[in-house]
Design a protein around this ligand. Structure first.
Ligand SMILES: Cc1cc2nc3c(=O)[nH]c(=O)nc-3n(C[C@H](O)[C@H](O)[C@H](O)COP(=O)(O)O)c2cc1C
Length: 376
């Protein structure tokens, strides 16, 4: 039997696959169903001190694309394939007091499964920093195995919250340090991809004492404008605000950020998120150096908590380890980070020698055919 277990930031996981902080983990019932389905852990939907109120109507919709014209739209069309999720959902609409007894109960029901509590407060005053500490103490006393600081929610108006923390290395460091001051459990920080150089904010979190970096949250984005109605495909009274793109569309961008952080801090711990729906995508994150992988969009579209997604992730991992048994690979640790050093500066990539150069014409998809092949 292949070894699925991992130890990540000192926490032992039955398997390295978690549901990320999002609708799949927004209720006790969902989380219990997720554990029954086999997920190694969950990151609870982000908890604040107080409940919040979401916009009216849909909080998430899905972009799909059609094979004939590659048109991306939220409209349902036959034969269209998933492109990504778009959401403008806030943190949990239940406050800390609602969550505390539920975290306790889910840990009692599934003691070997991992519960990470995602938390969020502001950062503009000492009072706000104390709110992070109150949240940390409450969730760890309830039995959470770790906390994940949300420095990444892309739709916050407040300058001292969500991704506005993740864009500011000073705030990343100060908030992480405040949380670490009271934390008895590992502290993960989830960073926004909406920054010029994510390595800077990752370094700041590590300076503050973070035990792991989590990436990516969704990318800032807008819905598309319907050419018939001239309205955004999702709107309230004709208005829209910037929301977050997730799912398959963000996989390559999330991998790029992860590669840079894993190279900058090869000894540190990283949890990869973005566009994972089966083991093949999770593998890219492991090969770059991640120790765990999280899933949102694919799980939302699979009975809300992804029973088939986790089945595919586990069987994919087993098959992969089986295939590489002769290489001596028995667990994630045996191949983690194996491709970390393959991402290099452009100038280090080999150029064609002499007559292989086609003068800008290439015999590959998307380019004009070489003149030599026209004349023959
Ligand atoms: C509707 C929705 C709500 C989300 N809410 C949160 C949240 O409260 N906290 C958080 O850290 N991330 C939140 N996320 C981001 C996801 O956890 C995840 O980072 C992102 O969707 C990328 O993963 P994916 O490509 O598997 O969807 C949310 C995503 C969606 C689609």
């Amino acid at each position: 039997m292949p070894n699925r277990t991992v130890t990540f930031t000192g926490i032992k996981f039955d398997n390295p696959f978690l549901l990320s902080s999002a609708p799949p983990t927004e209720s006790e019932n969902n989380i219990l169903r997720a554990f029954e389905a086999g997920w190694g852990g969950v990151v609870v939907k982000t908890i604040g001190l107080h409940p919040v109120v979401n916009v009216i109507g849909a909080r998430t919709k899905f972009f799909r694309t059609t094979p004939d014209d590659n048109a991306v739209s939220m409209k349902k069309r036959t034969g269209a394939a998933l492109h990504g999720s778009w959401n403008w959902e806030l943190i949990s609409d239940k406050g800390l007091d609602w969550w505390v007894p539920r975290i306790r109960r889910m840990k009692e029901a599934f003691p070997t499964r991992v519960v990470i509590a995602s938390i969020m407060a502001g950062s503009g005053s000492d009072k706000e920093l104390r709110a992070w500490q109150t949240l940390t103490q409450a969730v760890q006393d309830a039995g959470a195995d770790g906390v994940e600081c949300n420095f990444s929610c892309p739709h916050m108006d407040r300058k001292d919250m969500g991704s506005n923390i993740g864009k500011d290395e000073g705030l990343c460091s100060v908030v992480t340090e405040a949380v670490k001051e009271v934390a008895k459990v590992p502290v993960w920080t989830k960073l926004t991809p909406a920054t010029q150089d994510i390595v800077v904010e990752a370094a700041a979190c590590f300076r503050g004492g973070a035990d792991a970096i989590v990436s990516s949250n969704t990318f800032p984005s807008l819905p598309i404008i319907d050419p018939e109605t001239l309205e955004f495909e999702i709107n309230v009274d004709g208005l829209v605000s910037s929301g977050g793109l997730g799912g398959p569309a963000i996989l390559p961008m999330s991998l790029a950020n992860m590669a840079r952080m894993c190279q900058a801090f090869p000894e540190k711990s990283f949890s990869g998120i973005g566009g994972v729906s089966d083991f093949n995508q999770a593998l890219s994150y492991f090969l770059l150096g991640c120790g765990t992988v999280q899933v949102c969009t694919a799980a939302m579209l699979d009975q809300a908590i992804g029973p088939n997604v986790i089945k595919r992730l586990l069987s994919g991992l087993d098959t992969f380890l089986d295939k590489h048994a002769a290489d001596g690979w028995n667990s994630i640790e045996d191949f983690r980070g194996l491709r970390r050093d393959r991402v290099v500066a452009q100038s280090q990539i080999r150029r064609p020698a002499g007559d292989q150069y086609q003068g800008g014409y290439e015999p590959v998809e998307g380019y004009a055919v070489p003149e030599s092949s026209l004349s023959s």
